[in-house]
Design a protein. Structure first.
Length: 157
């Protein structure tokens, strides 16, 4: 029966040696920064409910958020933008009036319809003017169930 690790005289490496090497590489390797992501809340929505595209892992030095309809950052598809420096919100050609942009970059869609189904792209800009992109998806199905409450994503409204 073969021993669980190779003999050092034959030039083999024991499993403990490999484990030690992997552990050291894990600690020596600098951690990568978290990637900008978009989470739709809820993931699947009924018509006439609200959907929040929740932003995760935005850079601490973000100075602007720009939302676009589709998998694009063309100006003609811009929905809304927010400048942290001026605290100003601007609407674009794709703005329907049902969108609310929060200061953390998250975008709320009120009373969604099937036409809202699709991809949405967020472009952030940091203080070095470097953009970062993330895409989220909204899925809207059928009509809302009669009498079913929509998620309370905007308390007090």
């Amino acid at each position: 029966m073969q021993p669980p690790s190779a003999s050092p005289c034959r030039g083999g490496v024991s499993w403990q040696g490999i484990l030690l090497a992997v552990s050291l590489l894990t600690f020596w390797n600098p951690h990568t920064t978290a990637q900008l992501t978009i989470e739709p809340v809820p993931f699947d929505a009924a018509e006439e409910t609200h959907v929040l595209l929740l932003v995760h892992n935005a850079s601490q030095n973000t100075i602007g958020y720009y939302w676009f309809k589709g998998n694009t950052t063309e100006d003609s598809h811009e929905i809304i933008s927010y400048s942290i420096l001026t605290q100003k919100i601007n609407t674009g050609p794709a703005f329907s009036g049902r969108e609310t942009l929060y200061t953390n970059g998250s975008l709320l869609f009120m009373n969604v319809t099937k036409e809202d189904t699709g991809f949405y792209t967020l472009r952030t800009l940091n203080n070095e003017l470097r953009p970062e992109l993330a895409t989220g998806e909204i899925r809207v199905h059928g009509e809302s169930a009669q009498g079913a409450p929509s998620p309370d994503l905007c308390p007090g409204s």
